[in-house]
Ligand binder design. Structure first.
Ligand SMILES: Nc1ncnc2c1ncn2[C@@H]1O[C@H](COP(=O)(O)OP(=O)(O)OP(=O)(O)O)[C@@H](O)[C@H]1O
Ligand SMILES: [Mg+2]
Length: 371
């Protein structure tokens, strides 16, 4: 068999990329030698196993890559523990080594560029997770590198909202977050059965959040969105400790009762010295598919909360059927029904979020000397 066909097989296998790892198989050294026997080429490709859906995708990628090269058989071989340990070493950056040895998230090390955004609400059911999922998806659609940490350990819902079916894979002791709509996700939902109530002791919760931040291969991110549990409990404290550079965005409905509770969570964030950067009003009005508006939960709550907190009202997302259906079906409305009014509002909100830019941090030890 012509040598250039062998070269082409190698080249095409080397060019394949594991989307969740984000590095080509060639660079990772996972392409085995190609041998030729009786007009048939055989190759081996090592991969990170543990998620059948991902393996299926890889198989399809491989088949497509070599389809026009004749009789080529590529055997997919999951990495054994020694291979995984070797791969983990290759993937570790100096920053990650520092993060893991100090048990500090890379996002909190000096010089980190990731904007960490905590999405918080006073009470449950105001649409915090739906907002997080849609904002993350819209940011990813704009080419940003986005991760979502579902820190709502009592009511995790991000995997479902993003239609994630595959589980996180592990590379030795690194957790590889699965990706949907370009967004990397880690959630307790991957690790416990959906209907199992989780009873947390404070230290266990703290440890889990630490693991989700430090032992997950997030890679370089522009944004890490954190879906926080409603209220002002232990998780907020853990986040403040692990991610002191977080910016907080508060979600509320227009209803005055919801606004009062939201205000409490904003004040708690301030107490933790986390800057509240903006308010997002959700369920602003119900908009029928024909475009009629009904202010079911009243109006003006988001603006008055923003005024009280001295921050901007970043968005008013209406109640729409498409948003709810998108969430239930696992395709965020910004992707599934981009011309829905809720999608428009999410885009406006993301415009504002981006233009707001990261929070400025002043170093109290640096003083400008007046002449
Ligand atoms: N703008 C909207 N239009 C229509 N339905 C919405 C809207 N926002 C949220 N919902 C629906 O309301 C329900 C609650 O939303 P979601 O789960 O996002 O809220 P949450 O604040 O994260 O709740 P929890 O406190 O349970 O975590 C979901 O069924 C969701 O589909
Ligand atoms: Mg939620």
């Amino acid at each position: 068999m012509a040598k250039d066909v062998v070269d082409q097989v190698v080249e095409r296998l080397r060019a394949l990329v594991d989307d969740e790892v984000g590095v080509s198989y060639g660079e990772l050294g996972l392409v085995g030698p190609v041998t030729s026997k009786l007009r048939r080429l055989s190759a081996t490709l090592h991969y990170v196993g543990g998620a059948p859906e991902v393996t299926e995708q890889l198989q399809a990628q491989v088949d497509a890559a070599v389809a026009d090269l004749g009789n080529v058989v590529v055997e997919l071989v999951p990495l054994d523990p020694a291979g995984q340990a070797e791969l983990r070493e290759r993937l570790m950056t100096p920053l990650m080594r520092e993060a893991r040895s100090s048990r500090t998230p890379v996002f909190s090390l000096p010089g980190a560029k990731t904007r960490v955004i905590g999405v918080s609400s006073g009470k449950g059911g105001v649409g915090k997770s739906s907002v997080t999922a849609n904002v993350a998806t819209e940011l990813a659609r704009r080419g940003q590198r986005v991760g979502v940490l579902d820190a709502d350990v009592y009511g995790f819902s991000i995997p479902k909202l993003l239609g994630l079916r595959s589980m996180p894979r592990v590379i030795d002791d690194l957790i590889l977050p699965p990706k949907a709509f370009g967004v990397k996700v880690i959630s307790l939902g991957f690790f416990v059965e959906e209907d199992t109530p989780v009873i947390w002791r404070g230290p266990m919760l703290h440890k889990t959040i630490e693991q989700f931040l430090v032992d997950v291969l997030w890679g370089e991110l522009d944004y890490l969105l954190v879906d926080m549990p409603p209220g002002t409990g232990d998780v907020a404290l853990s986040l403040q400790q692990f991610l002191p550079r977080s910016e907080i965005f508060v979600v509320t409905t227009p209803q005055s009762a919801a606004v009062r509770v939201a205000q409490r969570s904003a004040l708690a964030a301030k107490k933790l010295k986390l800057p509240v950067r903006g308010v997002i009003e959700n369920m602003s009005a119900f908009v029928t598919p024909n475009g009629e508006r009904y202010a079911i939960f009243g109006s003006g709550g988001g603006q008055s909360l923003a005024n009280e907190l001295g921050v901007e009202l970043l968005g008013e997302i209406p109640l729409t059927m498409a948003l709810r259906e998108g969430g239930d079906g696992g395709t965020p409305v910004v992707v599934g029904t981009p011309d829905d009014l809720a999608s428009e509002s999410v885009r406006t909100l993301v415009d504002k979020l981006e233009s707001l830019g990261p929070v400025r941090r002043y170093r109290s030890d640096l003083k400008v000397q007046a002449k």
